[in-house]
Design a protein around this ligand. Structure first.
Ligand code: 5GP
Ligand code: ZN
Length: 113
């Protein structure tokens, strides 16, 4: 999608701090971090949200494997992080290209609000 900010990040038209990349998945630091560790994991292919992405074969496997592998590789504390996807404007989604937030490095409260 030509006007999608995350598609532009995938194409490297917009710079980002990339921590992980493979054929399907890109992970980069959130521009406005809400925790010491705040990454966004996205499929390289454009799909709007968690429900639309069901059309993309194996996409959740690929994203969740990337998240778990990166946490393990970086030796981040596995006691206290959160993976969340806001689906729709009412849930706070502001970029309509599927993404999972990985938040960690501080105490996280629940419910998230
Ligand atoms: P949402 O609100 O859709 O769940 O999350 C979108 C996230 O994307 C926000 O946390 C916001 O800070 C982040 N974001 C928006 N634009 C950019 C950008 O250009 N670069 C990066 N790295 N993050 C962005
Ligand atoms: Zn996109």
């Amino acid at each position: 999608m030509s006007d999608c900010i995350f598609c532009k990040i995938v194409k490297k038209d917009i710079p980002s701090e990339i921590l992980y990349e493979d054929e399907w998945v890109l992970a980069f630091k959130d521009l406005n971090p809400q925790a010491p560790t705040h990454l966004l994991f996205i499929p390289k292919i454009h799909t709007e949200n968690f429900i639309e992405a069901i059309e993309v074969p194996n996409i959740y496997d690929k994203i969740f494997n990337a998240i778990a592998n990166l946490v393990k590789e970086k030796k981040w504390d596995t006691n206290g992080f959160r993976v969340v996807s806001n689906c729709g404007a009412k849930a706070g989604q502001s970029v309509f290209h599927l993404h999972f937030h990985l938040l960690g490095g501080r105490e996280l409260t629940w419910p998230s609000g």
